[in-house]
Design a protein around this ligand. Sequence first.
Ligand code: HGY
Ligand code: MN
Ligand code: MN
Length: 412
Amino acid sequence: MLTNLERIINDIETLSQFNSTPGKGLTRFSLTKADRGARDYLKGELKKIGLKVYEDPAGSIVGRREGTDKEAPVVMIGSHFDSVKNGGNFDGPAGVVMALEIMRVLEENNVKTKHPVEFIAMIEEEGGRFGSGVFGSRAMAGRVSYEDLLNNKDADGITMAEAFEEFGFNPEEIEKAKRDPEKLKAFIELHIEQGPVLEKEGKDVGLVSFIVGINQIRVKVKGRPDHAGTTPMDMRKDALSSASEVIAQIKDFAVKAGSGTVATVGTLNIKPGAANIVPEEALFSVDIRSKKLDCIKEVRAKIDSALSEIKRKYGVEYYVEDMLMVEPVELSKEILDIFKEVSEDKGLAYKEMISGAGHDAMIMAGLTDVGLVFVPSKDGRSHCPEEWTDYEDLQKGIELIYHTVLKVGDKK
Ligand code: HGY
Ligand code: MN
Ligand code: MN
């Protein structure tokens, strides 16, 4: 192996220290103190390698290594370095450490590639703080506006624009994060599988051919606050009771849509939130995913009609905000074939897979050729403190991508 296992372990373990909830899994929301610590570590490591290091207007960290042809489009490698709340140490950082270690090995071996190679560590992929997922990649795709930064707020009501300014970035420059597709040769990501398949089948790596589409919405049902004791049941506009009638049907909508469609209500907040007040507001999220766009649209349409039904029956109002809509996407067949060729050459057991999780790769596929490699997750667990990937498995995935970069980057 050309990569260094000790460095890989040290990178993951160092990054996991930059955490707002030590002892309760990893929480590293974007543009926070925990972000700052991870960011400084990564920039320091990139500078040690001698790369040109900067942050793009979206706050993603870039480390650029020139190719023999300075004008050639870039091979970009990386992932995200934010996390979910109380998550694990590998979701995102596994791909960031892949890129960091590959940059080190390219330099150590004085490898000359025709194409420049760029390390990228993106922010706010999870949308954990501002509810706007795959943010770093969407900014590169030109799908984030200054207005979005003014509208996206965290739980304390801080807008993304305010957080940008506080962190030292200019939110009004966001649209300059857009990348010219002509200047991109490929984007290659490594990610933990976040499911049980690779471990169960004893495979070293998953080679992703397709990523499901995702529609994430926020729903607000607005009723009327009343006294819980004196208001007769037929005179209430109970936001929670009526929202519950919609939420209770969502599982069925997904099952009936078929094709492995899934739908999840992951958050639910009540206002004003007291035992003796009829709820005025119920705010909940719905995350709808499918490999078929029509199935996503079907579930969404049924949710909309269920909402209009509770309005008719109970006189409540409702508002639906689209937080994310990404279509299902097929990844590059050419890069997939290189992954297979290298896996066979290096004796890696691989499985071609569809990803049920969303990744920056699905956005980057709208800009350039994209490859995505999964490494096994212990017990298939992720988005929880138990998330784990054996370091030797992570190293195998990194080696696969290293040799792929040499081919895609046209090693001289
Ligand atoms: O939600 C996802 O699938 C990813 O973890 N952001
Ligand atoms: Mn995740
Ligand atoms: Mn992730």
